[in-house]
Ligand binder design. Structure first.
Ligand code: ARG
Length: 460
């Protein structure tokens, strides 16, 4: 028998009941639901709506249910309508009359809104922790590779030299931004909708500021209609998670390339690689591929959330029950991706010799050769043209720019002198890129130091 069955003459069809039920998803919020109910009952007791004796029964009963659910002694009833009904039913079974007084001056609409905000803010804190762990590992990897020269690319064509540290630190910057996004989201989410009732608050003289304080929210939400129909924070968190997945997916793509026979920049540890069922030689980067693949599902969750909300009239509509499955999936997907990615990055080996060899090829110092001519007084466009002709000559002769003799160079310009060889040396041209934010070992050291300071200022 449903709690709301009073006005009905028939039982809910059993298929309709399954269809309507959300407990298979929202059972995850049981701790928050109980915490929210205790705060609500505390406030009702303080304003004299729930008497001391009943309040004690409610509080002790809810705490006992929490303990039994934590320990697994009490199982969720899969035929309950949702976690809120399940806990209220269980409470009334245990403490009788007093349990029936808990829902005074409350609706499931504000109850679910407060539960999901509490649940998600806890999960944001977990996600920040996991992201920070990956950042720490990436910073360590960068510190070990300050001098690991690597080709930098545009259009996936060799462009100018960078270091492996600089490349990895680029992802650190993205992940630090992701954390600031999570923190912003937390701030906006941390407002208390409890007391908004079904849509128009209540005639009881409840104290929303008191439950706000008890539940650790910053302020009560300011509009009851908005409070029970708002899922902006679910969409926002889904977006923030999508951005982290997007960053991990880009990084995964590079890991997959770097681990290939064609690049051989890194070797993934056996513990983070898989074999083939037919090809004995294979060592596949499945972890990175899965992160890349799973990102698409998370983006889908974001789209689903936006579409769920877009045409809903105020205030609560049952469509909103669909908010949880998506966001829970996004959270859990990101969590496992961050953990696996961290392990994969912590254990990989860097083939610095290979990176250096590849950096020597592909005329990575062509810009520097042009700059050399400019320094000797030539206009950049002329210098650019001559260097282009030299590259063309090298391609025909299968040579690198630094292999060219003074005689060969002079054929293209009289300006060349012996000092050109130092000027286009790989380590030299890298070290010269020491502008703030640049790839030289010296500049990356500063980048790491400043990044660490910034992270500390964020309170992580
Ligand atoms: N299970 C519901 C949800 O997740 C709880 C709110 C139900 N409210 C209602 N009026 N049916 O949205």
């Amino acid at each position: 028998m449903k709690m709301w069955s009073g006005r009905f003459k028939k039982e809910l069809d059993s298929l309709a009941n399954d269809f309507n039920s959300s407990i298979s998803v929202d059972y995850k919020m049981y701790q928050e639901d109980i915490k929210g109910s205790i705060a609500h009952a505390t406030m009702l007791n303080e304003i004299g709506i729930v008497k001391e004796e009943d309040f004690n029964k409610i509080k002790n009963g809810l705490e006992a249910i929490l303990k039994d659910l934590d320990s697994g002694e009490l199982e969720f009833n899969p035929t309950s309508e949702d976690i809120h009904m399940f806990i209220e039913e269980e409470l009334t079974n245990r403490v009788g009359e007093a349990g029936k007084r808990l829902h005074t001056a409350r609706s499931r609409n504000d109850q679910v809104a407060v539960d999901i905000r509490m649940y998600l803010r806890n999960r944001i804190t977990d996600l920040i922790g996991d992201t920070k762990k990956l950042i720490d590992t990436l910073i360590t990897l960068s510190e070990e590779n300050l001098n690991t020269v690597m080709p930098g690319y545009t259009h996936l064509q060799v462009a100018q030299p960078v270091t492996f540290a600089h490349h990895v630190m680029a992802y650190v910057q993205m992940l630090v931004r992701d954390i600031t996004r999570f923190k912003d989201c937390y701030k906006r989410m941390n407002e208390n909708p409890l007391g908004s009732g079904a849509l128009a608050t209540t005639t009881y003289p409840i104290d929303r500021f008191r439950t706000t304080e008890l539940l650790g929210f910053d302020i009560p939400t300011r509009n009851s209609l908005d409070s029970v129909s708002d899922r902006d924070f679910v969409a926002e968190l889904n977006f923030d998670i999508s951005m982290v997945m997007l960053h991990l997916s880009r990084f995964s793509e590079e890991i997959i390339l770097w681990a290939s026979q064609e690049f051989k920049y890194i070797e993934l540890d056996d513990s983070y690689s898989t074999g083939s069922s037919i090809m004995p030689q294979k060592k596949n980067p499945d972890m990175a591929e899965l992160v890349r693949g799973k990102s698409s599902r998370v983006f889908g969750n974001l789209m689903a959330t936006l579409n769920m909300i877009k045409a809903l009239p105020l205030a609560y509509n049952k469509d909103l029950q669909e908010d949880k499955e998506n966001i829970f999936d996004s959270i859990e997907t990101l969590e496992i991706c961050l953990l696996v990615f961290e392990g994969m990055m912590r254990t990989l080996k860097v083939n610095s010799n290979n990176m250096r060899e590849k950096a020597k090829k592909g005329f990575i110092n062509a810009t520097d050769l042009a700059d050399y001519l400019v320094k000797k007084g030539m206009a950049f466009r002329d210098a650019y043209k001559i260097t282009g002709q030299l590259v063309g000559y090298c391609v025909d002769e299968s040579k690198s720019l630094e292999d060219l003799s003074m005689e060969e160079l002079k054929k293209y310009s009289e300006v060349f002198e012996e000092d050109v060889y130092e000027f286009i040396d790989l380590d030299f041209i890298l070290a010269q890129r020491k502008v703030y934010g640049g790839p030289s070992p010296e500049a990356v050291k500063v980048q790491i130091k400043d990044t660490k300071e910034y992270i500390e200022k964020l309170g992580l």
